[in-house]
Design a protein around this ligand. Structure first.
Ligand SMILES: Cc1cc2nc3c(=O)[nH]c(=O)nc-3n(C[C@H](O)[C@H](O)[C@H](O)COP(=O)(O)OP(=O)(O)OC[C@H]3O[C@@H](n4cnc5c(N)ncnc54)[C@H](O)[C@@H]3O)c2cc1C
Length: 288
């Protein structure tokens, strides 16, 4: 299908953006989702406001004890950035799972988080890493935890006139273990089920602050509270993994979709949980 008739404006600063955002205006970032929704007439903005030339939304820095990633950071940039690899290695691991190189060269972290696809990798990583989103509007900004930002299917806490300006990630310490695993029908497809797993592993082998977060199995990222509680303070061994798998039952309520029934998704999540935790055990780490 063809796009509807619409206007186009390119903002070159935040001030210009605030002036351009009005009734019927929609932000255009990488366009990798938005342009497809226009073609299918799922979205009919009066005007597209292109934010890709706004310098305040760019850059990856370590500032004030956090890794700050500008909203316009493209997936490919995220995947090859040395600061990201050092301070939030889960993101580096996540990028190759996102779509294909052409999409990764255009799509942005801000667009991915704002669109909030339940099967997308970066929203789950943001929750698993306990990230904070910096939301800007004319005259100010506010911060919101990723756990509170995703409010339902393709919906977020963004208010009219607000944009994602940046995402702040706590710096990974030496005890952090992180991995992302998913099952997809073909390489580059959205996941049928996925897991972004982050935890701290002490020198005594005990787990602290586990944040297992599943994607593709709910209306948004699913922080597995019961499984995480089952792991907290335990030595990472086969018994702990089995306990987390059992507790996971209480965390998931996956809808049936084109891929299969809820029972299949639950099974995939148990398997992913087992694989992720197994990869953090001393025996596996030594063998790698
Ligand atoms: C074939 C295909 C396969 C894909 N596979 C995957 C996949 O496996 N995993 C995955 O995670 N993603 C996948 N994607 C989506 C891709 O990652 C997109 O880049 C991403 O969803 C949107 O980012 P964007 O910058 O292109 O945003 P756009 O398409 O420009 O915008 C998307 C939405 O977000 C809003 N928006 C954009 N930036 C901001 C901002 N800073 N503040 C507030 N609102 C904003 C827009 O107004 C729009 O509503 C796929 C896309 C395609 C086309």
């Amino acid at each position: 299908m063809k796009w509807p008739a619409l206007g186009y404006l390119r903002a070159s600063s935040l001030d210009e953006l605030w002036r351009a955002l009005g009734d019927g205006a929609q932000i255009l970032a990488g366009g990798q989702t938005l342009l497809a929704t226009l073609a299918f007439r799922l979205s009919e903005p009066g005007t597209l406001v292109d934010i890709t030339r706004i310098p305040e939304l760019r850059g990856i820095t370590v500032t004030g004890g956090v890794l700050r990633v500008g909203a316009l950071t493209r997936h490919a940039e995220l995947g090859r950035d040395a600061l990201v690899a050092r301070h939030a290695p889960l993101l580096t691991q996540a990028v190759p799972h996102i779509a294909h190189p052409a999409i990764r060269n255009r799509g942005t972290i801000g667009g991915s988080l704002a669109y909030a696809d339940p099967a997308a990798e970066l929203p789950a990583c943001a929750v698993a890493l306990n990230a904070t989103l910096v939301l800007a509007r004319a005259g100010g900004e506010r911060r919101i935890k990723a756990t509170e930002f995703f409010t339902g299917l393709l919906t977020t806490a963004l208010e009219p006139g607000e944009i994602i300006a940046a995402v702040e990630f706590p710096l990974a310490g030496p005890s952090q273990r992180a991995t992302i695993l998913e099952v997809a029908r073909r390489s580059g497809d959205y996941a049928m089920a996925g897991l972004a797993a982050v935890l701290d592993l002490g020198a005594d082998g005990r787990i602290a602050s586990p944040r297992l977060t599943f994607f593709g199995v709910g209306e948004g990222p699913v922080l597995a509270k019961n499984a995480n509680a089952a792991l907290e303070g335990r030595v990472l061994d086969a018994a702990a993994i089995a306990a987390a798998q059992a507790a996971l039952e209480g965390d998931l309520d996956p809808p049936a979709d084109l891929h299969g029934p809820p029972a299949m998704k639950r099974h995939l999540c148990r398997v992913l949980l087992g694989r992720a935790l197994q990869s953090f055990t001393p025996a596996t780490e030594q063998a790698a």
